[in-house]
Each structure stands twice: as structure tokens, then as C-alpha cells.
Design a binder for this molecule. Structure first.
Ligand SMILES: [Zn+2]
Length: 214
């Protein structure tokens, strides 16, 4: 945590050294094409998203996930903490647990890291809010990557893909936030929320970005 505080912060988009600390680590030029979602797109089906999937943030997320640049999970994760959903549940009460969408083991081995778990860890280090439990949900089926599928089959692909971990704390009545990097159709986070709600939790989701229809 001390090292985090001492390291200079660079723009996520263009690597320009930033003179001032900010939650969203972008220079003025890259920030200009980063769009906070307007209200109709901010919360859909219990899934809140902060930014449109576009511009410097989208490019940074792509480098993180597909360019194996794990260091970017730090600033991308910290950007989650600026959202009111990070602070409290919709009823104003503190979250009891914060989790993330699980990545299947073989995919994590191939990539070398789990970007959503790393983002969650960095967000919690920057602004601790709740008990963080990245392993709360597990992948019980090795579904196809959602990004490779058309919207119509994404929900079907995920049915039964997640389960609550055997070692999970009691969830009845617990306020649980699930975080992820990007939501497109919402199928992944809706499935995660459904599994948690079936276990008795009061679950909501927060994604850093939402893909908007073109
Ligand atoms: Zn920049």
C-alpha cells in the first residue's frame, strides 16, 4: 500500500505522468473522451455501470485482459471506488461482502491472472468498504468466453455456470456486491446476481464499463 502511494501515477490512456492524484487516472485529453453513463444506461436489471465502453478506458481494459498487462488492473480497479455503489448498497447500508465474477481456472492459468479479482483487490486497498471475498462465486462449468458469442446465446451459455463456493460465509440477508470489468448484454452479472439471490443474499452488481448498442 505504501509502494502504491509512492509510485508516480500515469495516464491509463497515453502513459503521461499525472501531476495530481485522481481516482480516475487519466490526463485531461484522455478524460475528454471518457463518458460517464447517462441515467437510462447507468443501472439496468440491478447492474450499475460507471462509464461507456469506449476511448482510453476501453483500450486500457483490452491491454489489461488480452495484452496481459496486469499492472493496469490497479488504476482500473481504483476507478470503481469513485462510484456511489462502491460506498453503499442501494438501501444506504454498508455492503457485507464484495465479490467478483469468477474466471475459470484454465483461463486464469492461460492469462496468468484474474483481472476482475485483481481489480477488486486494488479497489479494496484504495477504499476499503467491506469484507472482500473474490472466491465467493466459482465457475462450475467451463463456458465459452462471452465475448465470442452473439447476444442471443450469451444467457444460455451461462446458465448453471456459477455456484456459491462451499467455504462461503452465510449469505442469508447479506448485502453482496459483485464487480466486473465490462458488461455487454448483462448476462454474466445477471447470472451471478441470480445465484447469490438464490442463496438468500441481497445482491447487486457494479461494472466499470457498459457496452452501448451502436
Ligand atoms: Zn492520457
Amino acid at each position: 500500500m505504501l509502494l502504491d502511494a509512492l509510485l508516480p501515477r500515469c495516464c491509463l490512456g497515453c502513459s503521461l505522468l499525472l501531476r495530481h492524484a485522481a481516482v480516475l487516472e487519466l490526463c485531461a485529453r484522455c478524460a475528454a473522451d471518457t463518458v460517464a453513463l447517462p441515467s437510462p444506461w447507468r443501472c439496468v436489471d440491478g447492474i450499475t455501470a460507471r462509464f461507456a465502453y469506449d476511448g482510453a478506458l476501453a483500450a486500457a481494459m483490452t491491454r489489461c485482459k488480452y495484452g496481459a498487462d496486469a499492472a493496469l488492473a490497479g488504476p482500473l480497479g481504483r476507478a470503481l471506488t469513485d462510484d456511489p455503489m462502491w460506498s453503499a448498497a442501494p438501501d444506504g447500508q454498508a455492503w457485507d461482502l464484495v465479490a467478483c465474477v469468477p474466471m475459470h481456472t484454465w483461463r486464469r492459468i492461460r492469462r496468468g491472472f484474474d483481472h476482475a479479482a485483481l481489480m477488486l483487490s486494488h479497489a479494496h486497498r484504495a477504499v476499503p468498504r467491506a469484507k472482500v471475498c473474490p472466491g465467493l462465486l466459482v465457475r462450475v462449468r467451463n463456458d465459452l468466453p462471452q465475448a465470442s458469442l452473439p447476444a442471443t446465446t450469451r444467457r444460455q451459455n451461462l446458465a448453471g455456470a456459477f455456484a456459491v463456493a462451499r467455504a462461503a460465509p452465510p449469505l442469508a440477508g447479506a448485502r453482496v456486491l459483485v464487480v466486473d470489468d465490462v458488461t455487454t448484454t448483462g448476462a454474466t452479472l445477471r447470472e451471478a446476481i441470480a445465484v447469490l439471490r438464490a442463496a438468500g443474499a441481497v445482491a447487486s452488481a457494479l461494472a466499470l464499463m457498459r457496452t452501448l448498442p451502436t
